[in-house]
Design a protein around this ligand. Sequence first.
Ligand code: SF4
Ligand code: SF4
Length: 471
Amino acid sequence: MPAIQRNMDPKKCPMPSQDPNVRNKNFKEVALGYTAEMAVNEAKRCLQCKNHPCRSGCPVDIDIPGFIAKVAEGDFEAAYQVLSASSALPAVCGRVCPQENQCEGKCIRGIKGEPVGIGRLERFVADWHRENVHTPVTPPAPNGHKVAVIGAGPSGLTAAGDLAKLGYKVTIFEALHVAGGVLMYGIPEFRLPKDIVQTEIDGLRALGVDIETNMVIGKVLTIDELMGEYGFEAVYIASGAGLPRFMGIPGESLKGVYSANEYLTRVNLMKAYLPDSRTPIQKSRAVAVVGGGNVAMDAARCAKRLGAETVYIVYRRGMAELPARKEEVEHAEEEGIIFKTLTNPVEVLADENGCVRGMTCVEMELGEPDASGRRRPIVKQGSEFELDVDTMIMALGTSPNPLIRSTTPGLDADKHGCIITDGPDGLTSRPFVYAGGDAVTGAATVILAMGAGKEAAKAIDKAIREKDGAQ
Ligand code: SF4
Ligand code: SF4
């Protein structure tokens, strides 16, 4: 085979995307994806490093140079096979992974230019496979063991897929009426189209994974019942972190104050933006989203698409400290979101009907670094001002829901409600009960949750085989 001609362009092949002034009025995907030619060109930027530092930045250990080499050769199906050996959801990861802090953050090409567009290539390959290959999946031979997974989000889906490939009979118990967790209710359609998530879930079903929806574990059934009368030999708790945090300031219970979780669920899961949706959402004139993470960006961009004239991100630190991905901040700015940084709300103001009519804010300045290493925001004396808004969305992070730990005797959790595990394999204080993802770490990223699901699947398989061997 002739040697691949490397592409030494210091910049990534740009991603085609919708015009900002068009896309901020629709819910269609912002990034349009590479063509085959763009993908091959970008893949040729990879130097095929022997020590592949990029790979150490991937929580699910994808053979990155391996799949990129196949793209450079134009063998996209072979590239997909490399990807799918490590990732159950490549079309999702290629879109929502914070690549700049993970695989791409370690790429050698990033030293003197831009890193290889690993995420963009992953997305291209997964999309190409979905559109071009329709081979039916053959479920593996059953190994006679049953495992329950609680939660059909990225961590639960990953663990379920890996266990099913090993022959386990896996049942996922999902509290909502659809599977997908945060991929369905949290991340908006314009970043992650729901039919892509659905295709990946259908792929797991084809592998033999059962998904029981509307099953709130801790209410309908307990973990003791699953492991007792229902005969599951191990349980993986991947119930996420769905309990929103609020600021505790006056006026937070007024009409027009939402948690980002509620707001995004109404928009993404219940499609409140469609004229025939049965789930209402407030038509806002001016919206303040409090927080600076990806969820805050998502909520602000949804509010803009729902027709709000003015949308603010209100964040108590500066632009440099925003925890959201740089790309998401740039997209939000392009779409007309106004960043009010070094600003903190202290009160939500009511009109005569008990609805939000504005909020009182204070200006902040940054002091010495705090325990997190970030500079501590300090209130500027006498800086109070009013911000004219009729909707406020709190995007201040989430904690795990207490239901499972409160109904499972002997399951240890820390003071934040996160389940305690004995290390990366996710074993909890209860034998054969594992946990991972946001239920253990608090709200984190999709890919870290998937990495935890992978580790737990390996550990569950090992524990069940050891138990078998001991009998
Ligand atoms: Fe990078 Fe995420 Fe893909 Fe891993 S899964 S290679 S971190 S984009
Ligand atoms: Fe390719 Fe970058 Fe990984 Fe090297 S570090 S193998 S250039 S993706």
